[in-house]
Ligand binder design. Sequence first.
Ligand code: CMC
Length: 437
Amino acid sequence: MNHKHSLTITDNRTGKSYEIPIQYGTYPNYGASINALELRNIKTSEQDFGLLSYDPGFTNTASCSSRVTFLDGEKGILRYRGYPIEQLAEKSTYLETAYLILNGELPDQEQLKCWELGIIEHTFVHENIKKSIDRFQHNAHPMGILVSTVGALSTFYPDAKNIHDQECRNKQIWRLIAKMPTLAAFAYRHSLGLPYIYPDQELSYVGNFMNMLWKKSELKYQPDPVLERAIDVLFILHADHEQNCSTSIMRGVGSSYSDPFSAASSAIAALYGPLHGGANEAVLHMLAKIGSVDRVPEFIKSIKSGKEGRLMGFGHRVYKHYDPRAQICKKMAKDVFAVTGLNPQLDIALELERIALQDDYFVSRHLYPNVDFYSGLIYQALGFPLGMFPVLFAIARTTGWLAQWQEFLLDPEHKIERPRQIYCGTEERGYIPLDKR
Ligand code: CMC
């Protein structure tokens, strides 16, 4: 063992010392770790189970090693497969970025063409899926519809269970990335009582999505290029974010060798919550509640006093700096508003950000705007109802979920996920018959 790269721990209960090796990832100053199982050797006696680490919410526990996304929350860095998010948002497309995230390298022209054609080919869904969407209440939340229909895909494609077959996995990856916009658009049209629009295979990934959402009686839907690009960039920004709540669920469910549709359905359910993918919806509810710029100081005061809950769209488990995705969204909002007209709630958001970034409560806790703070305003300007916001997030994140699911399956250290607990309940006791209680 290299003693410079190890920990020496002394157990003061026994006086014994243990040497534990330190292991590294790509960056020696980021992600140095110890193998938690080494702690199990630390015991007071042979009968002792050994030491566990306790980490509710996994705030300092690496559940895997990964080569997909690098995130340094202290410095506000986000890279997919080594490429900075700023460069991908400026130069790439969602489908090209998806290829990169899934395969590790940017595609050449031929690979990109083949990848895009494969996606277009799988955009249609079985007619029975369409009928099942019809059965939902007219006001059903589209995320609820998405959870069910993505899970249902496993019954349409039972071959998806062959998770150890690379070719079969590729097919499911194509299917899911291709069908997400179709399912999302059908859920949206259902909520409006409008007929479903079938995919137009001559349009881009996002252009076709816009077509399925908003086509009326025109013969061919022509997406506005500025808005099409804005949605594409938002999809790039949301494509992956390493081990967040929904991705951990995708890996966790996938760890028992579930098919990818069932695992993705669980990931969508995790994304549904307001602390994760539902946050941008919550931001707009909050802005509507504030109502006008002059009421911002009063609102901030009530957040600080704990009366109002949290400032939605602020704070992040890993970013202790401005979220780089929020910077890109903030800039892009201007391009979108030039086409759609200004969103009046932008002024309230800007004032909230201005005041919060000067306030010691937020500064001392490193609370900065996250991606959801501005993305909701853009989605609203594009005409999406609030319920569709997490759905847009889910479409984009499907790439990351699938890449991480596949990476975990191929990991030689793959194990079914099964955390430990610290039992704090009562000790053994005898059963008391009902008439004696
Ligand atoms: N507004 C006010 N106070 C906050 C906020 C906030 N948005 N976020 C954290 N705090 C306070 C919190 O009350 C605590 O204060 P104290 O130390 O006095 O008890 C301190 O900051 C640390 O909070 P925490 O709960 O330990 O932080 P966390 O890392 O567990 O939570 C978070 C991260 C994202 C759940 C949280 O910041 C939050 O609830 N933000 C609002 C919801 C939101 O915008 N979520 C979207 C996240 S980005 C999209 C995604 O990647 O999913």
